[in-house]
Each structure stands twice: as C-alpha cells, then as structure tokens.
Design a protein around this ligand. Sequence first.
Ligand code: NCD
Ligand code: ZN
Length: 348
Amino acid sequence: MSDTATTLTLTQPDDWHLHFRDGDLLAETVPATARCFARAIVMPNLVPPVTTAAAATEYRARIMQAVPEDKAFEPLMTLYLTGETTVADIQAAKAAGVVAAKLYPRGATTNSDAAVRQVESLFPVFEEMTRQNMLLLIHGEVTDAEIDIFDREKEFIDRHLQAIVRAMPELKVVFEHITTKDAVDFVVTATDKVAATITPQHLLMNRNDLLVGGVRPHNFCLPVLKRNLHQQALQKAVASGSKRFFLGTDSAPHARHMKESACGCAGCYSAWSAIELYAEVFERLGCLDNLEGFASHYGADFYGLPRNTNTITLVRESWQVPSKINLPSGDELVPFYAGETLNWKLQA
Ligand code: NCD
Ligand code: ZN
C-alpha cells in the first residue's frame, strides 16, 4: 500500500490473548473487543480460575450474553492448568469445545496463586493435550524471588520452555505476550509447532515509558516492559512478516484505583483501540502491508481454525484515546494510551 493511502481493509482480525474478566465488567469488555475482532482467546484467570470444562462452558455463556446484538463474536475458551489438572479434565475440556490450556507459573501475574509449582509434573497432561489437538498457552516467566524481574522470561526459556518443547515436539505451544529478544530468537529457531503473541504495549513502549519522569502505572503489565533493544527485537519480528508471531492484545482491565495504588495491578486495557494501536506501530515500522497477516491470518492458521471471511476497514483519521471509561459500578478504567493520538480508526 502507498504512504498516502487513506483506508486500509483487512480480513477481520482475531485477538489471540485477552482478559474479559467476569460479572458486570463483561458489559464493558465484550463489546469493546467485538467492535473489531471476530474471535478471541479468553484467559481463564478468574477468581476462582476456570479449571474445569463446566466452568469454561458457564463462562462462555456469560460472555455470549454480553455480545451486542449486531455483532457476531465467538469466544474461544481456555482451561487454567493447576497441579491438580488431570488427563480426564483435558478430555472433558476438549469435548466442551475448549481450544487451549494456559500454563501460569505460580505467582507470575494477576490471579495466578492457584497455578503450577512444578511444570514437569504436567507432562502427562501435555501428552493428552497433544492427542486432543489442544494448544498449550504459556505465561513464560519464572517467579523465583532471586531472579530479577527483567530476566524472568529468559530464565523461563532456559529452565522450562526448552524442556517442554523438546519433550512434546508435537504439542502446539504459544509463548504468550513475549517481551524479549531472547523470546524472539527462541521462537524463530524452534519448530513450526511454536509461535508467540505480541501485545501493542510491548511494540510501542520500553521500560523508559514505565519509569522515566515518574512511575506510570497504566503502562505496567506483566511481563514488564523491557529495555529498548528488546522492544526493537519485537518490532523486527513483526516487520519480518514471520507467520510465527501474531496478535494478542493481552487487554487486561483493572479499575483506576487498583492501578494508581501503592501496589498497583499489572495489566493494560487496550480493547477500544487495539487494532488502531497495532496499525500505528506497523505504519511507523513501514510494514503496514504485514498487518493483515499478523492480525488476521497467522493466528487462525496456527490454531488450525478457518480464517475469517469478512473484512474491517481502517480509515486514516486522527483521534484521541479517551482519558477514562466510566463503569456502571462507579469505578473508572483508564485505557492504555489514554489521551494519546492515533492516526488510524476503525470504520464504524
Ligand atoms: C494480566 C491480568 O491482569 O490478568 N495482567 C498483565 O499484566 N498482563 C495477566 C497476564 O496476562 O499476565
Ligand atoms: Zn494476559
């Protein structure tokens, strides 16, 4: 496409990693995503987590009730792996239409207290997932107190991820929301059973955007923003057009008072500007032509699902991400990139 193009039409994209939350918040989060995306991989880190087929089925029904009438949207459900997850749980999840299971190291992130202590103890479960053609989605960070938070992703690759993919060569693994050059290098040199999602915040920002001039709680997410050479490696990965990297926003709302706090929550709520944020990055990188593959093709291909057949159109139009979103509960959400100007906008 030329530099002066004023519209950009894409196969409708999917979001391969996000957090809808539950209860009243679904009325906010589900329309925000259904605005643009046809499908989304829904993270299971509720309280309590979604650890059974029945819980996933009930959660899907609550999400479907929040889908606006004029939208066709399909939530793709995931199971939260714990030390107690059994082969039978995997079989039941598959039968209920659950497409993937999520591995959180214990304590790695929001609501991960129930997660796995010993990754290797789950190998029989991973074997069953391979048989059932379910994907393994991994939050790739170690959580040991002595490991520096900026090194936790690399350490996870070295300690666990190498071993998992070596032991399970047929299992499809998505290394979620990668943040480092180490992760990019791992994915490009792995087999074609390994892919990764990349968020808008990790493409747009580095740790200066978190810490310079004052702590910016709304840019705090996990894995934490890294130094700029890692940001550049992620940018290079998407600019390369490699099919192994695809869109996963990790949109993860927390009320303003939970983020602007002495112990602020991790997570950026990006759903209302998701595709526009990626368009911004791809344009700055001079690779807008790659946006459709990243946003709309590679994820579906990796998951073994059909690509969407309808399209969306972005128009070149400056607009400001709102400074806040009022929730019916009286709480406020501060969206990611609040107050910033974006140059592409989804056509209504
Ligand atoms: C996510 C959340 O809030 O649920 N937070 C985040 O910073 N990404 C959890 C996660 O994906 O790690
Ligand atoms: Zn997430």
